[in-house]
Design a protein around this ligand. Structure first.
Ligand code: DGJ
Length: 728
């Protein structure tokens, strides 16, 4: 088992393949954090915790002036007992005070990993692949128990952490802050890496040198957001794809989060992540408990590449679920950028006919098929078919497409309500709102108050009725605005700040219900593109519409950044028309295909308007994708050239047994009189020989990785080239 306890020194050792995580119970009962990093056999705690009497560092025990919580590395720090750094939790007692003092009480270790339902979480398939340590902390005065949970996945360098608070006393407690993890590092010479951006430019890589004080990212938008992903990593200065230590945390949660690194005056760094304490509190009645979301912690001793492959493998195999975890994803066409709201069943069938001739397997009918929705100003919540557009209904349409050999998919935005809808006219208090305050709209819509179970039940029923009414093989679950005026008509005053988290819990319940009731359906998550591309959503839906930006050049950065954490099998990526609808750039169809092929592939343009030559190219792209999609979905991913640093991007997918690979190279702007360039591949077997299709030659894996492949001369802007490799 990967967890053992040194009873003499009261030290817990958690060991994964290449990682150790070590903590100690101090004689005072506080938990000290001793180590997280490359696997080591044992540790000398006195080397990690040095007790020094320092001015302005108070002492819980006046007899021991060397002991201050502010100067030792802690495992789950509190506020108020001599630690002035960023606390992991804070609880208010019934008397209004906010000082608690959790000390060690007990522990248990077992094989496997418990679920956190309704919260999403990583899981095991076999109890022997992971072990779990639970440490119980207790505060007698408050009647507060906290159970810190650590699961170590032994074959991956992953630790999953979360915390459960329980009110064991007879008085009310209020949680003001409950982060999922906190780690103190004995150094501050790090850079910080995160993924930030905006709508249409999600998950751009940002790195900056850590400075004294607090630095971090957060979402207050009621969704994990386009602006910041719930991911933060501390990295060695100058770390790159293959070098440097990386300590990464990612929150399995789709709502408000905060992630931060605090450098203190003694050059130590505290890294933490969890539900955003801003505008959050949670009342714990006697006997009640509160479970934090899970934080996934990944250690890589060899740069970002290995970190990403660890995340990818964990998320592909131990977070995603359902039949599409192992099943190849269909090539789809989505009608959104082809028609927007302007379609009818004849147009969709016409699109379907072209799609099936080209080898496409699924047609997705996007927004506008329900209520009276001809623009974005109405009908969300009225989940019944618009007979003006689809006079014979969905079943008839789906069967028509079925006759063409296509599966049928459908768009929903279940969490929303249009003020101009029958649902709103019937239930004006079913949206998130605050009495006597304006209800701000986003895209002409309000957000349903999912903290109310009757609201969830009503929407779930409408959607289930639609899904049962026709052979629907795919659902796109969209969410197109962020939360404002957060409040619930159904919650008492003291629970108003619970609304946003209750919303998330009930959303997860709805998703669990929906996905388990329709297990054969492929669910794709979306929030105006990638506004909720997070592990919480991946637990229910194995792919996500990566961005509303379908421009091939912009997608290089978006997909590259996203690949830092999320598997390529999760990234919906489509070929769209030119000039592109978001940035008005024209890129070659071939390049658009190569970029989109590096994810779950599809088209989002009017295929009926394509020339014969364009159709020929598309047909070839689809044939190629069908040959390589097992590599995209199940292979290992290596980034080769970073589009944030240069005019180029490149990557390679390699099968687990290293017998096959698919590499792609892109050059953004043409360079006059260019140098003769080579691309060094990665991830291959140096002992194997590979035939490179297109070039028609055989190269050693060692040659391809060290000397590289000659990049052919590419003419013009926005060019790309792909290579298919097979071992001999
Ligand atoms: C936002 C999504 O990201 C788009 O793909 C499309 O589904 C629209 N919503 C429809 O309203």
């Amino acid at each position: 088992m990967g967890i053992n306890f040194d009873e003499k020194n009261r030290i817990f050792y958690l060991h994964a393949k290449d990682t150790s995580y070590i903590l100690q119970i101090l004689s005072s009962g506080y938990l000290a954090h001793l180590y997280w990093g490359k696997r080591i056999k044992s540790i000398h705690p006195e080397e990690m915790i040095r007790l020094v009497d320092r001015p302005f560092e108070p002492n819980p025990d006046p007899r021991d002036r060397g002991f201050s919580l502010d100067t030792i590395p802690l495992e789950y720090p509190s506020y108020g007992h001599t630690d002035f750094r960023n606390p992991a939790y804070q609880i208010q007692l019934e008397n209004g005070t906010t000082i608690t003092d959790l000390r060690y009480k007990n522990y248990k270790v077992y094989n496997g990993k418990p679920g956190l339902k309704p919260l999403p979480a990583t899981y095991v398939e076999n109890v022997n692949e992971a072990s779990t340590l639970e440490i119980e902390l207790f505060d007698e005065v408050a009647g507060l128990r906290a159970v810190l949970s650590y699961t170590i996945f032994e074959e991956l360098d992953v630790i999953a952490r979360s915390v459960r608070f329980e009110n064991t006393g007879s008085k009310k407690l209020k949680i003001l802050r409950a982060l999922s993890m906190s780690v103190d590092f004995p150094r501050a010479d790090f850079e910080m890496l995160h993924l930030s951006g905006a709508w249409a430019r999600e998950r751009h890589m940002e790195r900056r040198v850590l400075k004294p004080g607090m630095q971090g990212i957060e979402s207050r938008r009621g969704a994990s957001s386009h602006q910041h992903n719930p991911f933060l990593a501390l990295i060695d200065k100058g770390a790159d794809e293959n070098h440097g230590e990386i300590f990464a945390v990612n929150l399995v949660y789709s709502g408000n989060f905060s992630a931060q690194a605090e450098v203190d005056s003694y050059s130590t760094t505290r890294l933490s992540i969890g539900i955003n304490p801003f505008d959050f509190s949670w009342l714990l009645e006697p006997g009640e408990s509160f479970q934090t979301p899970e934080a996934v912690m990944v250690y890589s001793p060899e740069g970002f590449g290995r970190m990403s492959r660890t995340f990818h493998k964990l998320y592909r195999t131990r977070l995603c679920r359902g039949v599409y975890k192992k099943k190849e994803r269909p090539v789809l066409v989505n009608n959104w950028e082809a028609t927007y709201f302007d379609f009818n069943s004849a147009k969709i069938l016409e699109l379907g006919k072209s799609a099936s001739e080209l080898g496409i397997e699924l047609l997705v009918l996007d927004d506008g098929w329900f209520g009276n929705r001809d623009t974005d100003n109405s009908s969300l919540g009225d989940w019944f078919v618009d007979r003006n557009k689809l006079p014979e209904g969905l079943d008839h349409l789906a069967r028509g497409l079925g006759n063409l050999g296509l599966k049928f998919g459908l768009w929903f935005e279940p969490e929303m309500i249009s003020p101009n809808s029958d649902l709103y006219r019937a239930h004006p208090d079913w949206c998130l709102h605050v009495p006597e305050r304006n209800r701000s709209e986003g895209r002409n819509q309000l957000i349903l108050d999912l903290s109310r179970s009757e609201v969830c039940d009503a929407v779930t029923k409408m959607i289930k009725d639609i899904l049962s009414s026709a052979p629907i093989a795919y659902v796109k679950w969209d969410m197109n605005r962020h939360m404002t005026e957060i409040g619930s008509a159904a919650l008492p005053a003291e629970r108003q700040k619970e609304t946003a988290h209750r919303y998330m819990l009930n959303l997860y319940k709805m998703l669990e219900d929906m996905t388990s009731s329709f297990p054969e359906v492929l669910f794709e998550s979306c929030s105006g593109g990638g506004g909720r591309f997070d592990p919480g959503m991946l637990y229910f839906m194995p792919q996500v519409w990566t961005s509303d930006n379908t421009d091939a050049v912009e997608r290089l950065k978006i997909q590259y950044g996203t690949s830092l954490i999320y598997p390529l099998s999760a990234m919906g990526s489509h070929v769209s028309a030119v000039p592109n609808h978001q940035v008005f750039r024209s890129t070659p169809l071939e390049t658009r295909g190569m970029v989109a092929m590096s994810g779950t592939f599809g088209y989002e343009l009017d295929l009926t308007k394509m020339s014969d030559e364009e159709k020929r190219i598309v047909k070839k792209q689809i044939e190629m994708y069908k040959e390589i999609r097992h590599l995209i979905q199940f292979g290992d991913f290596y980034r080769l050239l970073n589009p944030f640093e240069s005019n180029e991007a490149a990557w390679i997918f390699v099968s687990e047994d290293k017998t096959e690979a698919f590499a792609a190279y892109f050059s953004v702007l043409a360079i006059p009189n260019p140098p003769l360039k080579r691309l060094r591949l990665d991830g291959l077997d140096p002992e194997k020989d590979y035939r490179v299709e297109g070039i028609g030659k055989v190269f050693g894996g060692d040659e391809l990785m060290n000397s590289g492949l000659a990049i052919p001369e590419l003419q013009g802007d926005f060019q790309g080239v792909v290579w298919r490799l097979r071992s001999m």
